[in-house]
Design a protein around this ligand. Structure first.
Ligand SMILES: C[S@@+](CC[C@H](N)C(=O)[O-])C[C@H]1O[C@@H](n2cnc3c(N)ncnc32)[C@H](O)[C@@H]1O
Length: 257
């Protein structure tokens, strides 16, 4: 069995399933319906909405509110991945843009592991999940990281628009331009930065010591490798423009240059 990973599989899947053939109607870029089956898209959005609504509704009932926050943030994240791609990058939107389908076993396994860790610790040591004392501050820091991380990720996807792709591009497409404005003027990889802190924030909200450590190590290792490869391609696409951009911007994920 594959080991759990907090990285959605579409990140690691190298085979392109995004639309390579632009579709325009009245000069407006359109989504390819064959890659966005309406029944699947509407059902997925509906189910994400139900789970989101259920955990909002359960806020007064559940004792440990960290669970509510976790599920609300998770469902919102997956909805926004599709929605922002559909809105700002319609030619590349695909049912996989939810980052839920494909071979997502490791990713689902990682979140299941985190929820199980929380449950087991709650059963054997309920005090460990009480939001009093220092834990109150840990929960607040976790929530702030999650909210800011989500905001940065979503804003980056909006700014990069057609240059953003969930799958790493190994061939330059005609509409791929170098993005150096907005958040990209301050962060070299804002969507990765946002996702990194979003994930760690969620583990802090659950007061999960084990998952906090494992998720941080796995994500750090993943992004450090991914950024190296991505930048080799970006240099081959944009040459000196990317080299100069790289010189003047930082990643802001600790120990990644
Ligand atoms: C999942 S997106 C992530 C973008 C960026 N790494 C970030 O974290 O915001 C990956 C794609 O974005 C493209 N990309 C990354 N940085 C870019 C930039 N500054 N301008 C244009 N394209 C970029 C890469 O070619 C890659 O195919």
């Amino acid at each position: 069995m594959d080991s759990p990973s907090p990285v959605p599989d579409d990140y690691s899947n190298e085979s392109s399933s995004e639309s390579d053939h632009p579709i325009n109607i009245d000069d407006k870029p359109c989504a390819d319906i064959t890659k966005n089956e309406p029944d699947l898209i509407s059902l997925t959005s509906f189910l994400l909405g139900i789970v989101f609504g259920l955990f909002v509704g359960l806020i007064p009932t559940l004792k440990f509110k960290g669970i509510n926050f976790y599920i609300i943030a998770l469902t919102l994240f997956h909805f926004l991945e599709y929605y922002i791609t559909a809105k700002y990058n319609p030619r590349k939107v695909h049912s996989d843009s939810f980052l839920l389908f494909g071979n997502g076993k490791e990713y689902i396994g990682a979140h299941t592991f985190a929820l199980l860790e929380c449950l087991v610790e709650y059963i054997i040591w309920p005090e460990s999940k009480k939001t009093t004392g220092i834990q109150h501050y840990v929960a607040i820091i976790g929530m702030i990281l999650t909210i800011i991380g989500q905001h940065i990720r979503t804003t980056a996807m909006k700014t990069a628009a057609q240059s953003f792709s969930h799958i790493l591009k190994r061939k330059k497409e005609r509409d791929h331009t170098l993005v150096t404005t907005g958040l990209y003027a301050y962060f070299r990889h804002p969507s990765y930065f946002g996702f990194f802190w979003w994930t760690i924030g969620l583990q802090l909200v659950l007061f999960n010591p084990l998952s906090s450590l494992i998720f941080t190590l796995v994500l750090w290792r993943f992004f450090s490798k991914r950024i190296k490869v991505e930048e080799e391609y970006l240099i081959s696409f944009f040459g000196n423009d990317y080299i100069n951009y790289k010189k003047n911007t930082k990643v802001w994920i600790p120990f990644i240059q």
